[in-house]
Design a binder for this molecule. Structure first.
Ligand SMILES: [Zn+2]
Length: 470
């Protein structure tokens, strides 16, 4: 009798649990969603040996029994039924995706009309945050013109929604969000700021130019080819023909590519600096460089999730560790945002790179897609940059990754991310491959692939430095 009970127990413990056909849909995370597109992707996994169907049609299971399924969507209500069966044991789950007809008419607002706020006298304010963004239009998606420090005086002439229009003469409009400035006050007389003197000097890392002003003013830096133009707004000056112009312009020129550059105020002095390659008398092009490596996400910020619930943050960290090793072996002074599974704020990451005077910043990520896109069509390797001075590096990294790892070339993209927006250091964000593409997900999890990614990026930096030297 005891033996019999023991056998039944053994059966219950070892046999019954193996006969399961559990479906684990990893994404989407809700069983009812609205997707206004012609398809929706689903990623997840089931148990080994399952016969797996979606809406009665068999669907391929990849290694570790995961699936990446793209379901076509009709207008209205779509039922997506997942069914997994092993030896008569069945699990089923149904997802409902609603697709609406979308009106494609343009709903954006024109930027021309705004409420004028300085009909007599001037509206005066000061920035209250570092990284106070000045934009071309009164919208959080509008082009960024400059990020000002705290304490910069501004005169305002208009308001639209939550944005103030800054009063300056010129073709471009300047807008700042109200959360970045003190409540404006009316003043009768406007101070005329002046440029007292300027000074040029260098150290082993930077060429500097300091502009001594009577008070801080708004400025912009625009980079085109071999010139960076600094404009100091509201500083009257004379042009080549002796005419008085409302803004002062200064041009930095180089006969080769620019590395990082930035400007910052200390009291009334604006100092701009242009990074230069450190002296290197060895045959190793990377010797002595400082490079910042950012493993994207971390801690509670998991990033995207693969079909078997491997997190992007862990893959990013693993690739970053290999890259750190590769670069250290090449004589690079490597600075990292994280070396374990911790959460680091976006702007803290940028600050670490800046404080350590990194020449290059590399943010490492693995990609995913928004709802309604098809990962079988849109995948591969891509590199993001924001500033002109990072475009060449982005191109080299993307070309090498695509070639060395045999990945689909998904191009370079100008995108505004915290980790690619700084002009100093030269900043790129690498999306190695897609977490939700089956073959790329298998590669991303593979340590050999991760090491080869690191090798390819190291090679790219060598080529980039070689290009700068010639
Ligand atoms: Zn990411």
């Amino acid at each position: 009798m005891i033996k019999k009970i023991f056998c039944i127990l053994l059966y219950l413990i070892f046999v019954i649990p193996t006969v399961s056909a559990k479906i684990d849909v990893v994404y989407p995370t809700s069983k009812e969603i609205t997707v206004n597109s012609d398809c929706m992707f689903f990623v997840g996994n089931t148990d080994k040996g399952a016969y797996f169907t979606v809406n009665s049609k068999p669907v391929k299971l990849w290694e570790d029994n995961f699936f990446v399924h793209v379901a076509p969507l009709e207008y209205g209500r779509n039922e997506i039924k997942f069914r997994s069966e092993i030896n008569g044991v069945v699990d089923e789950t149904v997802y409902v995706v609603k697709r609406n007809k979308v009106n494609l008419s343009y709903t954006g607002s024109a930027n021309s009309s705004y409420e004028k706020i300085n009909t007599d006298g001037y509206m005066y304010t000061k920035t209250i945050n570092d990284n106070s963004t000045v934009r071309e239009k009164p919208s959080s998606s509008a082009n960024r013109l400059v990020e000002l420090q705290k304490g910069i005086p501004l005169y305002l002439e208009g308001k639209k929604g939550d944005y103030y229009k800054i009063a300056y003469t010129g073709d471009t409009q300047f807008w700042i969000h109200k959360s970045n400035v003190q409540t404006p006050v009316k003043i009768i007389e406007k101070q005329q700021p002046m440029l007292r003197a300027q000074r040029y000097y260098s150290n082993e890392m930077y060429d500097f130019a300091t502009f001594h002003l009577t008070e801080p003013v708004m400025y912009t830096l625009t980079h085109q080819n071999n010139t960076i133009e600094l404009t100091l707004y509201g500083i009257n000056s004379q042009d080549e023909n002796g005419n008085i112009t409302p803004n002062y312009k200064y041009k930095f020129t180089r006969n080769k590519n620019f590395l990082g550059y930035d400007c910052s105020y200390q009291d009334n002095d604006l100092t701009c600096r242009l990074a230069k390659l450190p002296e290197n008398n060895t045959s190793n092009p990377l010797n002595g460089l400082t490079i910042f490596i950012d493993a994207g996400h971390g801690g509670n910020e998991k990033g995207s999730v693969g079909p078997t619930r491997v997190y992007e943050k862990d893959i990013n960290l693993s690739i970053s560790k290999y890259l750190t090793e590769e670069l250290k072996n090449s004589g690079v002074n490597v600075i990292t945002s994280r070396t374990d599974d911790t959460q680091v704020k976006l702007y803290d990451r940028v600050d670490i790179a800046k404080k350590n005077n990194a020449l290059i910043s590399l943010s490492i990520h693995a990609n995913a897609l928004p709802n309604g896109k098809n990962p079988y069509l849109l995948h591969g390797t891509e590199v993001h940059y924001y500033n002109e001075n990072a475009k060449a590096l982005a191109e080299i990294i993307k070309n090498n990754l695509s070639h060395d790892l045999n990945l689909r070339d998904n191009g370079i993209h100008r995108s505004s991310f915290a980790l690619d927006r700084a002009t100093n250091p030269v900043s790129v964000l690498v999306e190695v491959a897609y977490m939700i593409h089956p073959e790329e997900y298998i590669l991303l999890k593979n340590p050999e692939f991760q090491r080869n990614v690191a090798k390819s990026i190291r090679k790219s930096i060598e080529q980039y430095i070689g290009m700068l030297k010639n």
